[in-house]
Design a protein around this ligand. Structure first.
Ligand SMILES: NC(=O)C1=CN([C@@H]2O[C@H](COP(=O)(O)OP(=O)(O)OC[C@H]3O[C@@H](n4cnc5c(N)ncnc54)[C@H](OP(=O)(O)O)[C@@H]3O)[C@@H](O)[C@H]2O)C=CC1
Ligand SMILES: CC(=O)C(=O)O
Ligand SMILES: [Mg+2]
Length: 429
């Protein structure tokens, strides 16, 4: 039987899951729609030649006009090399495409941002940087997605240095923003203080590194980070430069051990490593009331029922089908909405912290409880409030090209979010 015949037979035998059927029926989740009419040759002469020559000349003379005369100001590239796709590993660019189309869908649905999924074959960090740098003139921002550590750090650093539009590695910063927001909510429930906590982060890759850095910047007491060989420590001689820097920041005394040792007496577990890593015994060894964020996708480090049965007071996952979804989708639409609205040149650490506090503030509107430490991603206040907080901070930090009031940005974000909601809900009608 040929491969194509085998696939068809599997489909006919009902071998496709509901999710695969959705993707197959729609042939992907993303598309392009025009914004000006094209009914006749007059329309064509304005939108295309000869009319288009005038905006071309205008932009050549005054480069800033590109933001007014093209789609660039509301357009984000979602770029992946497919090297760390969810928790599925290095599956390659083609297999990464459903996730990138998904991110593009989320940008549009939640923030009215047009996003283009771009999966690229980039054998080296330098190649990835060159590709993105070459594409940048088309876009108002670059969302890097599912690029593995340590490559992601060098790539992001170089792109931030050389481009004057926001470059944001979602798995690092989007995740860190939402973890901080969720932790603020969880601490309100358990009555602990961030500065008193012992936090264990499993995973020293993109997500784990940024989570640890943002929690430390916010004033977290003690943070330990682990990779597959155990706790990052300056005494280890197998660390790359990024892990070494993190080891020196988090564990200067050189504590050693594996996950079981690290978790004894810990207040918080953040899993951004691999599904199934956390055992009930490890949860039992934590200090009560324990907070467990098992965030790997699609399979969390521990399932919520098992974590609760082992005594965890607050449990969160990255998934949409359990309560307390700690997922970067709560951050990146609003972060980019705010950044694009003031044409920010970059996204600073303060802008990230402001985004986290805005998400936490929305959770408080509804009342925080053990199962609602975060707002739902469908909460209509999330994107406008995050956008306003990001824009306000961009203005304060001097990285905004446009001077607009946070109220104006918030009102605009509300309009964009409503547009996205109507589009998202009317598809297929
Ligand atoms: N909920 C959310 O919003 C998000 C969740 N994630 C999830 O986090 C996970 C990691 O993603 P990302 O950081 O992008 O990936 P990376 O590939 O950049 O990093 C993965 C890290 O996990 C570590 N790791 C793997 N297996 C183990 C293990 N058995 N014990 C301890 N550490 C281990 C790796 O260790 P080593 O360095 O030794 O190889 C590495 O440091 C994925 O499952 C992803 O789905 C990511 C982003 C957002
Ligand atoms: C949510 C996400 O970005 C991830 O799991 O990689
Ligand atoms: Mg990701």
């Amino acid at each position: 039987m040929t491969e194509a015949h085998g696939r068809k037979a599997a489909q006919e035998a009902g071998g496709d899951s509901e999710a695969v059927r959705l993707h197959r029926a729609a042939r992907g989740k993303w598309g392009i729609s025009p914004r000006v009419p094209l009914r006749n040759s007059r329309d064509l002469s304005l939108a295309y030649t000869p009319g288009v020559a005038e905006p071309v000349r205008r932009i050549a003379r005054e480069p800033e006009e590109v933001w007014e005369l093209t789609s660039r100001g509301n357009l984000v590239a979602v770029v992946s090399d497919g090297t760390a796709v969810l928790g599925l590993g290095d599956v390659g660019p083609e297999a990464a495409l459903p996730v990138m189309e998904g991110k593009a869908l989320l940008f549009k649905r939640f923030a009215g941002i047009d996003a283009v999924p771009l999966v690229v074959r980039a054998p080296t960090s330098e190649a990835l940087v060159e590709i993105v740098r070459g594409l940048a003139p088309s876009f108002g921002g670059i969302n890097l997605e599912d690029v593995a550590a340590p490559r992601c750090f060098a790539v992001e650093e170089e792109l931030v240095r050389s481009l004057d539009i926001p470059v944001f590695h979602d798995d690092q910063h989007g995740t860190a923003i939402v973890v901080l927001a969720a932790l603020l909510g969880a601490l309100e429930v358990v009555g602990k203080d961030l500065s008193d906590l012992r936090i264990v982060v499993a995973g020293a890759g993109a997500a784990g590194t940024a989570v640890a850095e943002l929690l430390l910047a916010e004033g977290a007491g003690e943070v330990r980070v682990l990779d597959r060989r155990g706790i990052l420590s300056p005494k280890r001689n197998d660390l790359d430069a990024y892990k070494r820097r993190l080891a020196e920041r988090t564990n200067p005394e050189g504590e050693e051990g594996g996950l079981a040792e690290a978790l004894v007496g810990a207040d918080v577990f953040v899993g951004v490593a691999r599904g199934g890593l956390l055992t009930p015994e490890m949860v039992q060894a934590m200090r009560s009331p324990a907070i467990v964020f098992a965030l790997s996708n699609p399979d969390p480090e521990i399932l919520p029922d098992a974590a609760r049965a082992a005594g965890a007071a607050i449990v969160a996952t990255g998934r949409s089908d359990f309560p307390n979804q700690v997922n970067n989708v709560l951050a990146f639409p609003g972060v980019f909405r705010g950044a694009l609205s003031v044409r920010a040149r970059r996204i600073t650490p303060k802008m990230k912290r402001a985004a986290a506090h805005a998400i936490y503030a929305v959770a408080r509107l509804e009342g925080i409880s053990p199962e609602t430490i975060l707002p739902s991603v469908f909460h209509p206040e999330v994107v406008p409030r995050v956008a306003a907080a990001v824009a306000r901070t961009a203005l304060e930090e001097g990285v905004a090209r446009l001077s607009r009031s946070p109220e104006e940005v918030e009102a605009e974000a509300r309009r964009f979010a409503e547009l996205g909601r109507r589009l998202g809900e009317s598809v297929g009608e």
